[in-house]
Design a protein around this ligand. Structure first.
Ligand SMILES: N[C@@H](Cc1c[nH]c[nH+]1)C(=O)O
Length: 377
């Protein structure tokens, strides 16, 4: 006999009962923060045309996209990442807007990773994007909001690490690396694979001074003090102004009073190619991957026809839940559901009682007596 189809495919899961209640509570807390900073809710479709997530957009690689066709023969993609959709949406509906716009969103993203990686293929993300503001204060607002979102969810121990993609790019330019080598080097460095990075540079015939300069980027992590050292080893304006920007950002973050959660990491790079400036990731004890990611992407909107700088972040709610769980943090749960048991002839009275309690905000479920007897209660 065939087994009944109760299982889900690898990498997706059911969320129910108490766990789902906690998930909803976390979303509510973070959403409260995003709203309090003036971010407006926006909803985009779960699938879009392939072009929104194609290679030159710089998001998830094509092999990790869930692709399918509609009846007209268009290639569609389940969104792997909200940022390109937000950029598309801003370009479409806010084309003539010059004042900054603030969006926030909640939804699931899908990446077709290999089963061996043991990662979830569908996760829930909540995020915020600030578009039309290229200032360091905008970077600061987004990062401060990221910190306060994690705090609002109840997380206490976490670190938000900040990098600047231009620092690395400046050095690559100074050294004269071609684009392909730069991309491979980025992979090695972001994976902290120093041996791999060194082998690549040797193979490309990069001299010792420049090899050291490139590999040294991985040593630059820690407090704001370390930034001075990072500025001292480079000889190009691009990298130097990246460090200056980080200094200025640190001042803004001190104004927000969130500096205790902040550290810097100039070896931090992203697998997404659309970032153009500051990038950041938050890590918490109990979860290997970053629970929150973000950064500045000043050229992405122009791909959709609107010239506008932008910066944003998103939290992976599923990973945040895991961190809260490992840190033994209890979230306030909603009051449990009250049951009113009724016999056939007392249904009217039971319903009246339930209505009254529900109006008072009490959660009530009506249960027929017959079912209780079946359960032996
Ligand atoms: N979409 C990015 C995070 C982000 C939001 N805004 C800017 N960056 C990610 O999935 O990593």
């Amino acid at each position: 006999m065939n087994k009944k189809p109760v299982h889900t495919p690898e990498g997706v899961r059911d969320i129910y009962g108490k766990e789902y209640a906690v998930k909803l509570a976390i979303e509510e807390h973070i959403h409260g923060q995003l709203n309090s900073y003036g971010y407006e809710d926006i909803q985009t479709p779960t699938f879009e045309f392939f072009d929104v997530f194609s290679k030159d957009i710089g998001t998830t690689p094509s092999r990790e996209l869930y692709k399918f066709f509609d009846k007209e023969g268009n290639t569609l993609v389940l969104r792997p990442d909200f940022t390109p959709s937000m950029a598309r949406c801003a370009a479409k509906y806010y084309m003539d807007e010059d004042v900054p716009i603030r969006f926030c969103y909640l939804g699931n993203t899908f990446t077709n990773t290999s089963n061996l990686q043991g990662k979830l293929k569908e996760v829930t993300q909540m995020g915020a994007e600030l578009m039309g503001d290229d200032s360091v204060e905008a970077d600061g607002e987004i990062i401060a909001l990221a910190v306060s979102s994690l705090l609002a969810a109840g997380l206490q121990e976490f670190q938000l690490s900040i990098g600047e993609i231009e620092y690395f790019k400046g050095i690559c330019e100074e050294v004269g690396l071609d684009e392909d080598t730069e991309l491979s080097l980025r992979d090695y460095i972001s994976g902290k694979n120093i041996f791999g990075a060194e082998a690549l540079l040797l193979e490309k015939g990069i001299d010792e001074k420049h090899r050291e300069m490139l590999l040294k980027t991985t040593d630059f992590f820690g407090s704001a003090e370390m930034l001075k050292e990072a500025a001292a080893i480079v000889d190009n304006d691009r990298s130097r102004s990246a460090v200056e920007r980080l200094f200025a950002l640190y001042q803004v973050l001190c104004e927000y009073g969130v500096e205790k959660y902040i550290s810097f990491d100039l070896g931090m790079l992203s697998k997404y190619n659309y970032y153009t400036g500051v990038i950041f990731k938050a890590y918490a004890y109990g979860v290997g991957d970053a629970i929150l990611k973000g950064g500045r992407y000043d050229n992405l909107l122009s791909r959709f026809g609107k010239e506008a700088p932008a910066v944003g972040f998103m939290v992976v709610i599923d990973d945040l839940m895991q961190a809260l769980f490992h840190q033994n943090i209890q979230l306030p749960e909603k009051e449990s559901v009250r049951t009113i048991i009724y016999a056939k002839d007392s249904f009217r009275a039971a319903l009246r009682e339930a209505k009254k309690l529900r109006q008072e905000g009490i959660r009530v479920a009506l249960v027929p007596e017959k079912n209780m007897q079946e359960r032996g209660e």
